[in-house]
Design a protein around this ligand. Structure first.
Ligand SMILES: Nc1ncnc2c1ncn2[C@@H]1O[C@H](COP(=O)(O)OP(=O)(O)OP(=O)(O)O)[C@@H](O)[C@H]1O
Ligand SMILES: [Mg+2]
Length: 217
């Protein structure tokens, strides 16, 4: 983790909030990587880093029902992308007060407003989520709002196994979990994997180590 953290320290500008984005397919290990990184940074300087998952911008189940798209919850159009992009802008300019953001609670399968607090002292914000590097609006506006973009990559077979494990822990049968991991999650992964070339760096979601250089910026 020290190697990855030093990349942030090298790229950061004193006095300006630094926003790192970690994109990747469902189950690739984005959240695990982001938490490890934020913990590492905060161990050195308490409060310097904050974790902001995109998951809190899931549309509510009632909204998905109204739109008739609940059966593919997790797809790119089942999130409030515009709201997420607006939050990135707020992170830049509102540095004199706490910024509250929604979280996502898997146990209730819904977002929770204002559960995440980004303190003014958080000079590094690690945002993570599936669609940060997607090239359709509004997501296409995310890349330029990030100081650094990483893509977390894990082989499809390993991701699927992780997803089946998680879906069954949250109450699905193995059959239903496997169908969801291959169907809905799998279709999303095809879109997401194609966005990896917009990242500055590929990080393995298995070893947590950099894999190869992405495009130079
Ligand atoms: N390096 C790793 N080795 C083994 N298991 C891991 C590793 N990283 C993550 N996992 C496991 O894989 C599962 C998915 O990880 P995680 O929640 O970090 O992925 P994610 O990319 O955030 O998924 P999602 O897109 O669904 O939010 C978790 O159960 C986690 O414990
Ligand atoms: Mg996650």
């Amino acid at each position: 983790m020290a190697r990855l953290a030093s990349r942030i320290e090298a790229a950061a500008t004193p006095g300006r909030r630094f926003i790192l984005g970690i994109a990747g397919s469902p189950g690739s290990g984005k959240t695990t990587l982001a938490v490890a990184l934020v913990d590492h940074l905060n161990a050195g300087r308490p409060g310097v880093a904050a974790h902001l998952p995109m998951d809190g911008f899931h549309l509510a189940n009632a909204t998905l029902d109204r739109l008739g798209i609940r059966d593919r919850k997790g797809a790119i159009d089942t999130f409030d992308g515009w709201g997420f992009v607006a939050l990135l802008d707020r992170l830049r300019v509102e540095t004199d007060h706490v910024i509250f953001a929604p979280s996502f609670r898997r146990v209730v399968d819904e977002g929770v407003a204002g559960e995440i607090a980004i303190e003014p002292a958080a000079s590094v914000v690690v945002v993570e989520g599936n669609y940060l590097l997607a090239d359709s609006a509004p997501w296409s506006g995310v890349r330029d709002r990030l100081d650094l973009a990483w893509f977390c990559r894990t082989p499809a077979g390993e991701r699927e196994a992780r997803l089946v494990d998680r879906h069954t822990r949250h109450g699905r049968t193995v059959e239903a979990a496997t169908a969801w991991a291959r169907g809905v999650d799998g279709a999303n992964a095809v879109l997401i994997e194609a966005t990896a070339d917009r990242a500055d760096l590929i990080v393995s979601g298995v070893t947590g180590q950099p894999e190869e250089a992405g495009r130079e910026r």
